[in-house]
Design a protein around this ligand. Structure first.
Ligand SMILES: Cc1cc2nc3c(=O)[nH]c(=O)nc-3n(C[C@H](O)[C@H](O)[C@H](O)COP(=O)(O)OP(=O)(O)OC[C@H]3O[C@@H](n4cnc5c(N)ncnc54)[C@H](O)[C@@H]3O)c2cc1C
Length: 432
């Protein structure tokens, strides 16, 4: 059996490697960490979550919840690890990032069919290969990718939020509660109107770190820096990530004017991240301005927010709906670099790429996930003609809609979810 080279042991690469070895195909997994790290990666282990520790909603009423369920049906390693490392986060699936990454690293490193190679890849390896080096692919490999036939690349900017220690919070001000009484997994820093307006004023005037070639219009909306969002208007944050709707401060019995929410970041519950606070403020400015948030006056930062330029492929016309290069059989790409957006979507594309290449090598019928599934919706998005191709989260809007006859929104959604899961289960039965 031919050995597959998987380049990059991130979310996509790890899932792709797992799908291959589950089908008896040997994998050479090449990862440049710990020898070399991108500006956003800090850990030595695989499948590092570079920013938030949340894999977003776990509810089937949400497309990313459905995507996760489809991946579970298909034996996803990333989903197994998330379950293992789960920390409380209301309806979301959040994880202890160390436990999550540790679980995946151990599973892959101890697998008899996987050889791990620690080196930076600088040229496109011979096929069969899956390149999953992420939005911060090293420069040398980016240049090699740019020389491939039929390729063009695009850029956008992405930012990470700070993490602070839990013990440094002032719990006389912070209260524990989730919105609309859905548990008590979040910590809330309440602000009155005066505190909020003073905070926004300082935030919009704070000094930001210079980033070469940075243009605000190239920021991905879902990861907009908090200071950029604040510049849109005094009330933008109060109606966005700082909205207080569904929360009541137990000390006043009233809804605060605004709240900054903090989410548990590790299983030991010693760290929390500032939800929605991805930023490119200079580090001393983060300490000063975020220190104005009630409860965070003496916050100890274990990681400051950072912003990076991301590169992705202009995949339509370059990849097919299995993430395989149109002009070079058995050369696959996977993950954020293909134009899917988000941890789960990246892992999902790795799953599709790994599974598809496995079928090819085993000379079995090739599986193309239909658009009635969340996995298929993403793969088709990446491959379909699109003159304004942009990174995309999974949404129900990308999926084939429910029949016209079903009119109510919740019934339409239920239909889409059931149809998707039935299809994925059938695919699983057919491929083993
Ligand atoms: C700063 C930042 C913040 C983000 N925040 C979020 C978030 O909060 N939530 C969310 O859902 N998504 C977020 N994303 C988007 C996306 O989900 C992540 O980038 C995700 O990790 C992508 O998975 P991936 O497998 O494609 O790449 P990665 O997880 O980045 O994995 C790529 C791997 O390839 C390795 N590598 C790179 N070049 C080479 C080379 N030449 N040779 C060998 N190995 C190489 C890297 O070291 C890395 O381990 C963020 C992205 C960035 C950059």
């Amino acid at each position: 059996m031919r050995t597959v080279t998987v380049v990059g042991a991130g979310l996509a690469g790890c899932e792709a490697a797992w799908q291959l070895v589950q089908r008896g195909i040997p994998v050479r997994l090449v990862e440049m960490k710990p020898l070399k790290k991108s500006p956003a990666h800090q850990m030595d282990s695989f499948a590092e979550l570079v920013c938030s520790n949340s894999l977003r909603s776990d509810r089937l009423q949400n497309a990313v919840g459905l995507l996760k369920e489809e991946m579970r049906v298909l034996g996803s390693l990333i989903m197994e690890a998330a379950e293992h490392a789960r920390v409380p986060a209301g309806g979301a699936l959040a994880v202890d990032r160390q436990a999550f990454s540790g679980f995946i690293t151990e599973k892959l490193k101890s697998h008899p069919l996987i050889t791990v190679v620690e080196e930076e890849v600088t040229e496109i390896p011979e096929s069969p290969v899956i390149i999953a080096t992420g939005p911060l692919t090293s420069d040398a490999l980016s240049e090699a990718v740019a020389r491939l036939p039929g390729i063009s690349t695009l850029n956008f900017y992405d930012a990470a939020a700070p993490i602070v220690t839990r013990e440094s919070l002032d719990m006389n001000k912070v209260f524990r509660q989730s919105r609309y009484d859905r548990g008590d997994d979040y910590l809330n820093c309440p602000m009155d109107r005066e505190e909020y307006e003073r905070f926004v004023q300082e935030l919009v005037n704070a000094e930001t770190a210079p980033i070469h070639g940075f243009e605000e219009k190239h920021v991905f909306e879902g990861c907009m820096p908090v200071e950029s969002m604040a510049k849109r208007g005094m009330q933008t944050l109060a109606f966005g990530p700082l909205k207080a709707a569904g929360l009541k401060d137990p000390r006043t019995g009233k809804m605060p004017y605004a709240v900054v929410q903090l989410r548990q970041d590790d299983a030991a519950n010693t760290l929390v991240n500032l939800v929605g606070f991805q930023t490119r403020l200079k580090f001393p400015e983060q300490k000063r301005v975020f220190g104005m948030i009630p409860g965070l006056e003496n916050a100890e930062f274990v990681r400051y927010g950072v912003m990076h330029r991301n590169t992705f492929l202009n995949s339509p016309g370059f990849l097919n709906e299995r993430f395989e290069m149109l002009e070079r059989p058995m050369t696959y790409f996977a993950g954020q670099m293909t134009g899917v957006e988000g941890y789960v979507e990246s892992a999902g594309s790795g799953l599709v790429a790994g599974l598809s290449l496995a079928m090819q090598l085993l000379e079995k019928d090739i599986v193309t996930f239909p658009r009635t599934t969340a996995l298929g919706a993403l793969s088709h998005y990446v491959a379909a003609a699109n003159r304004n191709f942009q990174p995309m989260n999974v949404t129900f809007g990308l999926m084939e809609s429910a029949p016209e006859g079903i009119r109510k929104k919740d019934q339409r959604q239920e239909y889409i979810v059931n149809r998707a899961l039935e299809t994925v289960k059938e695919i699983k039965m057919s491929i083993g």
